[in-house]
Design a protein around this ligand. Sequence first.
Ligand code: NAD
Length: 260
Amino acid sequence: FLKGKSALITGSTSGIGLAYAKALAAEGAAVIINGFGDAGEIEKERAALAETSGAEALYSPADMTRPDEIAGLVRLAADKFGGPDIVISNAGIQHVAPVEEFPVEKWDAIIAINLTSTFHLMHAAVPLMKAKKWGRIISTASAHSLVASPNKSAYVAAKHGIAGLTKTVALETATHGITVNCISPGYVWTPLVEKQIPDTMKARGLTREQVMHDVLLEAQPTKEFVTVDQVAALALFLCRDEAKSITGANLSVDGGWAAE
Ligand code: NAD
């Protein structure tokens, strides 16, 4: 149902972002993927996406800490596809430390990548979507946009920011055929989660098993990790015409976490 449409997904060389790209391409969308990683692996993913969609698939290494590169990413979609019909702001990083030990440069990087890049994407893409009278903006927020956990000050602040930014821009674009929503997963098994296990082990003096079961899945009532495909399926639904009245929403996919 997305033939003829284009989608730009930040942070899509891995994890949830790559699952969004695959889901959109499977419906025929031309996709622009973005993020870091091994050049050969990324090219393999890009080629597979083009094969799946039967449309173009592009890769951009734009750095989400750089406003000029984010504007360039949206310009690429404008030049190639007449503007991105779908923008998914998904790039994100994490750092775990108590506030008094939190490295200032980590705070700045998390706010830039996890929050401010979404503003720059919206800033550049909304005028193009308004011109087409159609658009879908989706951000990957987190259960941490609704509740907090210790030692994640920057991440929790950024994700709460995404929830507020989503509501604001949804109101500004409501009469233009554009919807703006965020998806708030609980713990999804991806490299981002796997990478924070050693820091949490150190911060809390726990073993790997204890971090997985007593810290990560402790908060998730289902006691199961969310899958990337479950998150991508919701994003796909938000792109359908049936979802045109869903805007300004923060949609949880968290095994009941935020209900507690
Ligand atoms: P991941 O580490 O697998 O993927 C992160 C992606 O962002 C990668 O493609 C990486 O290259 C890219 N990236 C990092 N820094 C970048 C930068 N400066 N510029 C451009 N791209 C950059 O992580 P993931 O778990 O798939 O996370 C994706 C999003 O989902 C993040 O916003 C994260 O906060 C959110 N999230 C994840 C979980 C989870 O449990 N995994 C839960 C809730 C929310």
